[in-house]
Ligand binder design. Structure first.
Ligand code: FE
Ligand code: ZN
Length: 505
C-alpha cells in the first residue's frame, strides 16, 4: 500500500512526540495517575503553553549522543595508551579529581534518577519528554566520568571506593544531602532546585573551574568529558529557564512558592560550591582564576542580568546573595583550613602552601589573605617542618542543613565563627548561617532526620569508636589515601617519574 508523506518534518515529528503522546486515562482518575504534581501548591492551567527546550526527536538524540561518545572514547584510549597522566602539572592536581569523582559524579547519577522520577510525574508530555532526555544525559555523564577517571585509579590512591565513600564519608554528606534534599522534594521544587538554581544559575561555577582547571593542569581526559557534556548542559540550562518562566506565567499564586525555592536552592547550591572555591584557590597547582573573580563573573554579573529579567514576574534576587558577596574573599580559605586539619579522615590529600602560592593568594585577596589567613598557613607550615604536622583530633560540630563543619564566619566579621540555632521538638539544632537556619525553620521535620556524620560517629553507627574504625568503615586506605600529600606514596611515585623524564630529556 502506498503511503503518502511517510517522511514527516522534524517539527511535525517533535510535535507528535511531545504533544501527541499523552492521553486521557479512563480506568483511573487522572489525579491518581499523577499524584505528586499538585501538593506543592503549584497551579498549572495549560500544559500546552510549555515551551519545549530541547527540540530534539529521540532518534536524533541517540545519533547525536553516539557521535559524542565515539569521540570521547577515542580520546580516553589515546590518553591511556600514551600515559597521559605523566603530563599533568603535578600529582597534587589529582586530589581535585578525587573530590570530583566522590562528590560530583554520584550526583550525576542521582540527577539521572531524579529526572526519571519527575518525568514520570508530570502530566504535561512536553515536560515529561524533556526530563526523560535529561535523565539519559545524566546517566551518560556519570558513566563517562567514571570511565575517564578510572585511568587514574591504576596509578594513584583515593579513587578506588568512590561510590561507597559517597554514602559514608563525612564531607561527602555535603553533596549527597544536597541532592537527597532535592530528590525528596516535590517535582516542581526538584526542577527549580536542579534545573534552575543549579543548572541555570550556578552551574558555570562548578563546571568551568573543574574543566578549565583540568585544561590548565594537563588533564586532557577530563577536559574531553567536560566538552562532551557541554552541549547537554546547554539543553539543561534551557530547561531550567523554561520551567521557571512557565510556572511564573501559569498562575500568580506560583510566584511566592517559586521565590522561596529560589532563595533556598541558591543558598544550598552556594554552600555546596564552597568546596569548589577551595579547589580553585588551593588545590590546582596551576590556577585559573580566584573564586572571588569567578563569583563576580559568573554569579554577580550573569545572575544580576537574569534577575533583572525575572523582575517583571515579581521575582527578586535570592535572599542572602549579599552574604555570599561578603564571603567571596574568605570562603576558600575557611574551607581549605577545615580540610587541612582533617586530612587524616579524608580520601584526598592536603599540603602546606608554598611561598609562590601564598603570593598568588595575597595578590588575589588583597583585603583578607595577608591579614587573616597567611599567619595561620605559615604557622602550620612551620609546625610541619618541625615534624609536628597539625591534625585536629576533635570532631567538629556540623551545620544541620548544609552539613559543613561550622567554620564559616559572621557576614560582617571574618574573625568570628557564625553560629545560629533553632529549637524544635525539645532539641537544639545548629547552623552555619542565617541561610541554613531559614531552610530548617521552614521545614524542620525534613531536616531533623538529617544523617549528620559526626552525630552518627558519636552514636556508634560508623564502624566504631576510634578513627581507625571509622576509616575502615569508609574503606579509606590509611597511609595512602589520607594524610598530608608530602608523605603519600603517590608523591613519592610522582617524584620518581618526573626525575626519570628529566633524565630522558
Ligand atoms: Fe550532568
Ligand atoms: Zn550551613
Amino acid at each position: 500500500m502506498a503511503r503518502k508523506n511517510r517522511k514527516l518534518s522534524l517539527k511535525k515529528r517533535y510535535q507528535l512526540l511531545t504533544r501527541g503522546l499523552g492521553w486521557e486515562p479512563t480506568y483511573q482518575p487522572v489525579d491518581k495517575v499523577f499524584p505528586y504534581d499538585t501538593f506543592e501548591g503549584i497551579h498549572v492551567h495549560d500544559w500546552d503553553q510549555w515551551q519545549d527546550p530541547f527540540r530534539l526527536t529521540m532518534d536524533a538524540y541517540w545519533k547525536f549522543q553516539a557521535k559524542k561518545e565515539q569521540k570521547l572514547y577515542a580520546v580516553i584510549d589515546s590518553f591511556a595508551q600514551n600515559n597521559g597522566h605523566v603530563n599533568l602539572t603535578d600529582a597534587r592536581y589529582l586530589n581535585a579529581v578525587k573530590l570530583f569523582l566522590t562528590g560530583v559524579t554520584p550526583l550525576e547519577y542521582a540527577a539521572h534518577r531524579g529526572y526519571a522520577h519527575v518525568g514520570r510525574h508530570f502530566r504535561g508530555t512536553g515536560a515529561a519528554i524533556a526530563c526523560q532526555m535529561q535523565s539519559l544525559d545524566e546517566l551518560r555523564h556519570a558513566q563517562t566520568q567514571i570511565h575517564t577517571i578510572s585511568h587514574y585509579n591504576k596509578f594513584f590512591d583515593g579513587f578506588h571506593e568512590w561510590r561507597h565513600m559517597h554514602d559514608r564519608v563525612w564531607y561527602l554528606s555535603v553533596p549527597k544531602s544536597f541532592f537527597d534534599d532535592a530528590m525528596t522534594a516535590g517535582p516542581f521544587e526538584f526542577l527549580t532546585a536542579i534545573s534552575f538554581s543549579f543548572e541555570y544559575v550556578l552551574t558555570n561555577l562548578l563546571f568551568v573551574p573543574f574543566m578549565s582547571g583540568a585544561a590548565f593542569n594537563g588533564d586532557m581526559a577530563t577536559v574531553t568529558f567536560g566538552f562532551s557534556a557541554q552541549s547537554d548542559e546547554a539543553r539543561h540550562m534551557t530547561l531550567g529557564l523554561e520551567v521557571i518562566k512557565f510556572l511564573l506565567e501559569q498562575d500568580e499564586r506560583n510566584v511566592p512558592i517559586i521565590q522561596r525555592w529560589i532563595d533556598k536552592w541558591f543558598w544550598r547550591g552556594y554552600r555546596l560550591l564552597t568546596l569548589v572555591a577551595m579547589m580553585m584557590d588551593y588545590m590546582l597547582p596551576k590556577k585559573i582564576m580566584s573564586w572571588k573573580d569567578a563569583w563576580e563573573m559568573y554569579y554577580e554579573e550573569a545572575g544580576g542580568a537574569l534577575f533583572d529579567d525575572l523582575a517583571r514576574y515579581g521575582i527578586k534576587p535570592p535572599k542572602y546573595a549579599d552574604v555570599a558577596a561578603k564571603e567571596k574573599d574568605r570562603v576558600s580559605h575557611e574551607v581549605w583550613a577545615i580540610f587541612y586539619q582533617y586530612t587524616q579522615a579524608a580520601a584526598f590529600h592536603t599540603w602546606d602552601v608554598s611561598d609562590e602560592e601564598m603570593a598568588w593568594l595575597s595578590e588575589n585577596y588583597p583585603d583578607t589573605f595577608d591579614k587573616h589567613y597567611r599567619p595561620r598557613l605559615e604557622l602550620w607550615r612551620k609546625m610541619a617542618e618541625d615534624g609536628n604536622r597539625f591534625y585536629n583530633n576533635a570532631l567538629p560540630q556540623l551545620c544541620t542543613c548544609c552539613q559543613i563543619p561550622m567554620g564559616f564566619t559572621e557576614p560582617d566579621d571574618p574573625t568570628k565563627i557564625c553560629f545560629r540555632s533553632s529549637e524544635y521538638g525539645g532539641d537544639t539544632y545548629h547552623f552555619c548561617s542565617d541561610g541554613c537556619k531559614d531552610i530548617f525553620d521552614y521545614e524542620p521535620e525534613k531536616y531533623v532526620s538529617s544523617w549528620l556524620p559526626v552525630h552518627q560517629i558519636f552514636q556508634g553507627n560508623c564502624g566504631g569508636a576510634d578513627l581507625g574504625d571509622v576509616l575502615k568503615w569508609y574503606k579509606i586506605n590509611v597511609g595512602a589515601d589520607n594524610l598530608d600529600y608530602s608523605q603519600s606514596p603517590e608523591a613519592e611515585l610522582w617524584k620518581q617519574w618526573t626525575e626519570a623524564t628529566k633524565q630522558t630529556r
